[in-house]
Design a binder for this molecule. Structure first.
Ligand code: SF4
Length: 326
């Protein structure tokens, strides 16, 4: 079965793969950038960021020399900003040491923000190392092919490794073929089994929705208050801290009981005008934000700062978003 499955998938991949700017790319820096983007962003949405990033930072050296704020500005709107901060640190670390990216999974794993999937993807695509890259797409495809409801990470990795070692194709092509199948045909909802190149080998195709069983995702709800301090020159912005939005800029915000009072006291204000609610979701958090506005003398144009989508929404509600101040 194995060699038939391989040739069915590879033939399909060669004919039907999506045209993406990083397809066929072997330059390690560009491969790395595409894989970091694809960690949490769909291919279609990642394309403009990929071009923008390379235009601004065409090499690892150029990225290493940049200010973190400039990197975040290019990443603005793409979300999961830890990726951009880590990529920047990685560039500085590599350039300060040997100057080029490590060529093996082991070497890549030691770099900031590089997990097992990204290391395997870069090592296989850019350097031809025969290692299986297992992401969510590959886990889903294999679970369906072998009708696994509750696959363990070890089971998935070992099967992916065994499949990879049985192909003569370039390891990067094989990895990308499996991922492409998961991204375009064996999708989470309504997989296209009728047009699937490996349907003949699939044990789960009678009820693909069963494989793998859905994981329960817990989302915490948080109540916050945001204060837009607005003046003739723009709005008051401050640099955010913390792992999610650290390094980006935004309006003052507080969480929990007494949040508004704390914000008013911080800026010596008696009151502020309630503008309305903004809702925003991160992977594990649902934010419900009451947005207030008060007049303020000192302010700046938010166009000049890297802002998260969350802050763009808040500023838009106040009529003070970048688009309002162009
Ligand atoms: S036949 Fe259906 S479930 Fe099986 S791999 Fe293809 S798309 Fe996925």
């Amino acid at each position: 079965m194995s060699s038939d499955l391989h040739s069915a998938l590879l033939t399909w991949y060669r004919c039907h793969k999506r045209e993406l700017p990083w397809r066929g790319e072997r330059d390690p820096y560009k491969v790395l950038l595409s894989e970091v983007l694809l960690q949490q962003t769909r291919a279609g949405q990642a394309i403009p960021y990929y071009h923008r990033f390379l235009q601004r930072f065409p090499t690892l050296e150029a990225l290493a020399q940049a200010e973190q704020e400039a990197v975040l500005q290019v990443w603005q709107g793409c979300g999961y900003y830890t990726r951009a901060r880590n990529l920047h640190r990685l560039a500085q670390q590599v350039v300060a040491a040997e100057g080029t990216l490590p060529t093996t999974v082991q070497g890549l794993r030691a770099l900031p923000g590089i997990g097992p999937y990204t290391a395997a993807a870069v090592a296989s695509i850019a350097f031809g190392e025969p290692v299986a890259a297992v992401d969510g797409n590959v886990r889903r495809v294999l679970s369906r092919l072998f009708a696994w409801e509750h696959p363990t990470p070890k089971q998935v990795q070992e099967t992916a490794d065994a499949l990879l070692s049985a192909t003569n194709a370039h390891p990067g092509d094989w990895n990308q073929a499996l991922m492409e199948l998961g991204a375009t045909i064996c999708t989470p909802q309504n997989p296209g089994c009728g047009g699937c190149p490996v349907a003949a080998f699939c044990r789960g195709k009678a009820s693909p929705g069963r494989y793998p069983a859905a994981k329960v995702r817990k989302q915490k709800s948080l109540e916050l208050v945001a204060l837009v301090l607005q003046g003739p020159a723009g709005v008051y912005l401050e640099r955010r801290q913390g792992p999610v939005l650290g390094g980006l800029w935004g309006v003052p915000m507080e969480e929990g009981p007494g949040a508004l009072e704390r914000l008013l006291a911080r800026f010596g204000l008696d009151s502020a005008e309630l503008l309305g609610p903004v809702h925003h979701e991160f992977t594990h958090r649902k934010l419900h934000i009451r947005v207030y506005r008060a007049p303020w003398m000192a302010g700046e144009n938010p166009l000049h700062r890297p802002l998260s989508r969350l802050d763009q929404k808040i500023l838009a509600l106040a009529g003070a978003g970048p688009a309002h101040l162009v």
